[in-house]
Design a protein around this ligand. Structure first.
Ligand SMILES: [Zn+2]
Length: 410
């Protein structure tokens, strides 16, 4: 028989809050609420008001994180995510995890449980990295000093400290993890991919957030007239780049792990004219996996492919690693709380890695952290077509509430 939960959430109120939040920066179906935009700052003020109405002590910190906590000394679970979006984004990316926190905290207060179960709800600033990726969670975890913060800049050239000042957050108190009070960090998020939907599961329990290594592959030949120089006499960097990619896809498939993904997301030819043989080509190639050993093997296969192709002395190849973000494992004990909670209330589930970055990546370096995914319709996100069935939104919040109950009853 399915167990009931002590923390009963209110589904209508949860959905209303999500829809109300989606009015800030609203597009046709999605939102545009990049960090420190008027819509983002207004949404943060709205959120602070909702937290206060729920009975939480709510404050902005010095970078614009919104932080609401139950007004007791009870041990507390941090529930967070972000309310900023990409420029043309969806209504649930980030917002879901924050509003889950609000609804769970509000239910706990209403049910008179706040002396036993503490909740801190946080909307972190700029997870999407308009100025600096995971700005809010890095600052909250004391990973980001003033010097590094000062280097943050938007694509339009506004400096991060100027954005903080303009938005009225400058000089607010700093906030961070309170080891005496905080037990764990939980983040719920839409999956942003098609796997849960394809597997017909209601929630995903995230095993970890994949590491990312990015490489710049530079291929150099010589420019020539595309009509007058015979094929055999050309040093064609463009043709060489395409040949290299073809070999790379074949080679990497031999070394991949079950969860590995890779992408050649950008390829450029110079000078880039129809009647000129390309003198240079540049490919940006990215690999992602949860396992450092597999990432190492994939990286080796990139170098091996280039070496095998290199004897052609008409062309030179250069591989430079430009990004190396290590994988973040989620806490297995905490993930088991999600698993048991989902099973206890009869919610279908599966374990899965996260292919995208999240604030939990930062938090997991400082406090035991876990993530829960709910399905994305057609796997879409970072676009206006991002959506999730209401029943899945409600189920995810119930599982998270049950998980909070499970963690705090130890
Ligand atoms: Zn997100």
């Amino acid at each position: 028989m399915k167990q009931t939960s002590r923390i009963e959430i209110n589904p209508e109120r949860l959905l209303k809050d999500l829809k109300d939040l989606a009015q800030f920066g609203r597009l046709t179906t999605g939102v545009s609420r990049v960090s420190f935009s008027e819509a983002d700052v207004q949404a943060r003020h709205w959120l602070k008001t909702q937290m206060e109405r729920a009975g939480l002590n709510a404050e902005f910190d010095a970078v614009g994180n919104v932080h609401g906590r139950t007004n007791t000394d009870a041990k507390s679970v941090i529930i967070g995510s972000h309310t900023d979006s990409v420029p043309v984004g969806g209504w649930l990316d980030g917002s879901l995890g924050v509003i889950y926190g609000l609804e769970i905290a509000r239910s706990i207060i209403e049910l008179g449980l706040a002396n036993e179960i503490g909740i801190d709800v946080i909307s972190f600033m700029d997870e999407e990295g308009t100025y600096l990726p995971c700005l809010g969670s890095k600052r909250f975890c004391r990973e980001l000093g003033d010097d590094e913060l000062a280097k943050g800049q938007s694509p339009s050239g506004e400096r991060l400290p100027d954005a903080v000042e303009r938005s009225g957050f400058m000089g607010n108190p700093e906030m961070s993890i309170d080891r005496a009070r905080h037990l764990a960090y939980l983040e719920a998020h839409i999956e942003q991919g098609p796997r849960l939907e394809a597997s017909r599961k209601e929630i995903g329990i995230v095993t970890g957030i994949v590491g990312i290594r990015r490489f710049k592959l530079e291929i150099t030949g010589e420019a020539d007239h595309a009509g007058t120089v015979p094929m055999s006499m050309r040093k064609d960097a463009g043709a060489a780049a395409i040949g290299l990619l073809h070999s790379l896809y074949k080679e990497i498939a031999k070394t991949k792990g079950p969860e590995s993904v890779w992408n050649a997301g950008s390829i450029k030819f110079e000078p880039g004219a129809a009647n000129v043989v390309p003198a240079k080509a540049e490919i940006i190639f990215e690999i992602r996996d949860l396992e450092p050993d597999i990432l190492n093997a994939l990286e080796t296969s990139i170098h091996k492919t280039v070496e095998n192709i290199s004897p052609d002395d008409n062309i030179t190849y250069l591989v430079t690693k430009t990004i190396d973000i290590p994988p973040s494992a989620m806490d297995t004990g905490l993930s088991d709380h999600i698993l048991r909670s989902a099973n206890a209330i009869g919610v279908s589930n599966m374990k899965m890695p996260s292919g995208a970055g999240h604030d939990a990546m930062v938090l997991s370096r400082h406090i035991q952290s876990a993530m829960l995914f709910i399905p994305s319709i057609n796997g879409k996100s970072h676009s206006e077509s991002e959506d999730t069935l209401e029943e899945h939104i409600i189920t995810g919040c119930r599982v998270l509430a049950k998980t909070v109950e499970s963690i705090t009853s130890l």
